[in-house]
Ligand binder design. Sequence first.
Ligand code: GLV
Ligand code: MN
Ligand code: MN
Length: 464
Amino acid sequence: MVPSLFLLLLVAGAAAQGHDDAVARRTMEEFAGFPASDDGEGDRRAYALRVDSEGLQRQIDELASFSDSPAPSVTRVLYSDKDVQARRYIKGIMKELGLAVREDAVGNIFGRWVGHEAELGAVATGSHVDAIPFSGKYDGVVGVLGALEAISVLKRSGFQPKRSLEVIMFTSEEPTRFGISCLGSRLMAGSEELAQSLKRTVDNQNLSFVDAADSAGYKIHPEDLHDVFLNQDTYFAFVELHIEQGPILEKEGIPIGIVTAIAAPASIKVEFEGNGGHAGAVLMPARNDAGLAAAELALAVEKHVLDSGSIDTVGTVGILQLHPGAINSIPSKSHLEIDVRDIDEKRRNDVIEKVHQSAVEISKIRRVELSEFKIINQDPPALSDKAVINAMEFAAKQLGLQYQLMISRAYHDSLFMARISPMGMIFIPCYKGYSHKPEEYASPEDMANGVKVLALTMAKLSLE
Ligand code: GLV
Ligand code: MN
Ligand code: MN
C-alpha cells in the first residue's frame, strides 16, 4: 500500500508545478485516507511519473502504419489483415507491461493489472483502434495506447492498485463493415438483439460476421456471443480517454474536457426501387428514378434536422449508392445510410419520424417502391456518473490543469459501458476539432495531459 502513497504524493508533486506542495500533499492524503511521506527518493519517482510522450507518439505512428490507405490517412476495418496486425501490436504492449491478457469471442481485448483486492469490481479504461476509411490516427487510438501509457506511468511510479485496473481494446467501435456501431461494447453491455442479429449479419460483400471473425482467428459459435456479456458488477468504473473531435477545447485553450453526457445517435438504412432503364430511350415522364428519390430524401433529412430549431440536432447522409451505377442507366435502386444525433432523444426521434414520412411521400410521388426503411440503432444518450466526474475533476485540479465540463457529440464505447458501469470520459483538444479525416491531430503535450488525468483518475478510483 505504501508505494501508492508515494504515487499520489509524487503525482501531486510533479503536477503541482508552482502550486502549493503542502496543499497537494494534504489533498492526496485525504484521497488516500492515510498520511503521505517522502523517503528521499522523490526525484527518481517524479521522473518515473513523467509520461513517455515520445514513446507514445512512436506507438501511435507504428499503429498508423497498419492501414489499408496511404499515410497520412488510416483505414483499418474490422477483421481485416491490418486490424489483425493492430490487435497483435496492442496485445504485445499489454504483455510487455505485464498485464494479464484475455480476448472474448468477438475479439474485445482486455489487459488486466490485478489489484491486491482482486475480488472487487475493477476500474477499466479503453477505446478502439479500428479506423473508418481515410481517417486519422488518433480517434480511439489515444484511448488505447494512452491508457496503456497511463498504466505504465502508474507501474513506473510503484503504485499498487487495490481494485484491479484494466485496459480494454473494443472490437469495432466504428460501423464501417457491418453497419453496427460499438459492436464490442454493445455486446458486452448485454444486447440480446445484437447477439441474435450477429448470427445473420453480412458485410457488403455478403461475407457473414461469423466468417469474417473466423478469418481474423476468432471462431465464433453462436452460443459464445452470450459469453461476451458482462455482469453489472464487473467494473467499479469505466473511464475513456479520447480526442474531443470538436473545436471547443482548442479554441478556448483548455487542456482537458470532462464529459457529462454523450449525445444519442441513430442510424437508418433506406432503399428505393424503380424500373431503371436506358438513359437515352426512356422519356422523362415515364421514369421512376430511384436515384432522384434518394436525392430528395437526402435534402429532406437536412430540412427536418434544421427545422428542429436546435443547433444540437445533426443529420448526415454518409452513404448514397446507386444501382447499377452506370452513366447511361437510370438508377433502378438506391441505398442511403442516414445518421441522426441529438442530445435530446425525443427531438432526435421526431426527426427520424419525419424522415420516415418523407420517404413514404417521396416514394408515392416518384412512383418508386420504398423497399426498406430500417432503423439499425436508435440509442439513448448516456450520462456520466457523478462519482467518476468527481474523480476526473479531482485529478485535473490536482494536476493544475484547467478543465471544462462538456457533452460528447460523437458516440463512444462509453455510451454502452454506461449500461453496465458508472462511466466517465476525458477529452483532450485536437487540431481544429478535425476527426474522421487524415488531418486529425493531437499534440504530444495534450496527450500527455490526458494520460496524466487518466492515470490519476484510475489511481483514485482504484483505491476506493
Ligand atoms: C464515432 O466514431 C462516431 O461516429 O461518433
Ligand atoms: Mn470515430
Ligand atoms: Mn472514437
